[in-house]
Write a protein that binds this ligand. Structure first.
Ligand code: SAH
Length: 267
């Protein structure tokens, strides 16, 4: 009988999740030994990255898809932490295309059971905001700072000029999620008015944060800004995902795995 690939008393894996094929592809390329396990119509890729056990998966788009993915990672794969990497629309002034936002907390901007509960509060949880794990968030922010220090090395000088990535910045704060691709200035204005401290908008993070909260497992999210959630969002998003996003995601995750929580404990 062949020896199992992973020893029985192994360290629990870290989940690496992306919403789009392009985001996951670069992570899989960097894994030397990935093996797929199919659950709930998704391929969960078990293997290693930077010497640590990981499970990499495409969540697909939206809050329900993200919640399903998180539940399987937690219950079936027993992951020790969930790290989400992807793209998002910039909301706050100064959060530009090519910048990176690391969540300190996440909220569902389309949750509204008022007047029974305050707007945005998740009924029966007594909260609207779910915190990200501080240690993993710090590791992702440090990794992003290093990666952004030389964008040309990652994406090439032409893309740096095309997307004006000359001085990308790392921001930390609130990320909001909802089941809408926010692609009009009117809608992003409304989000800024309702949630003035929101840095970025996407479609998965807060759902995944809520599921991880239910299991008591650390969650963190890093998003590269692909668009400004305005009338140009669709074109900007498509070009950015094709040409830039994938390179950032994998580089940031790899560095965070090298230096993040638990790194010293591994063999
Ligand atoms: N693949 C489709 C739709 C992508 S939906 C297309 O090509 O049009 C956008 C994805 O990127 C989601 O996973 C979401 O989390 C993130 N995202 C990027 N910009 C966003 C924005 N302005 N509003 C909402 N989500 C955004």
């Amino acid at each position: 009988m062949p020896a199992p690939a992973v020893p029985a008393a192994s360290i629990a894996p870290i989940a690496l999740v992306g919403a789009l094929h392009e985001e996951l592809a670069a992570v899989l390329e960097a894994m030397p030994d990935e093996q797929p396990v199919r659950v709930a119509g998704r391929e969960f890729w078990q293997g290693h990255l930077e010497g640590r056990p990981v499970v990499a998966v495409l969540s697909r788009i939206g809050k329900v898809a993200a919640a399903t993915t998180a539940a399987v990672l937690l219950e079936r794969f027993g992951v020790q932490a969930v790290l989400f990497t992807g793209v998002a629309g910039g909301l706050a002034p100064g959060v530009a295309v090519g910048d990176v936002v690391v969540a300190t907390e996440l909220l569902q901007h389309d949750m509204d059971a008022s007047p029974l509960f305050p707007r945005h509060e998740v009924p029966l949880y007594g909260r609207a905001r779910f915190p990200a794990d501080a240690h993993w968030a710090a590791a992702l922010a440090d990794a992003a700072s290093h990666v952004l220090a030389d964008p040309a090395a990652l994406v090439g000088g032409a893309a740096v000029d095309d997307f004006a990535l000359h001085r990308p910045r790392v921001h930390r704060g609130l990320i909001v999620s909802g089941d809408r691709f926010v692609a009009t200035a009117a809608e992003s204005d409304a989000l800024r008015a309702a949630l003035p401290d929101a840095l970025a908008v996407e479609m998965e993070g807060a759902a995944m944060a809520q599921v991880c909260h239910d299991w008591g497992v650390p969650f963190a999210a890093v998003r590269t800004i692909s668009d400004r959630a305005d009338d140009a969002a669709h074109t900007d998003f498509t070009r950015f995902v094709a040409e830039v996003a994938r390179r950032y995601s994998a580089a940031v995750l790899r560095e965070a795995l090298r230096d993040g929580p638990g790194a010293l404990a591994r063999a």
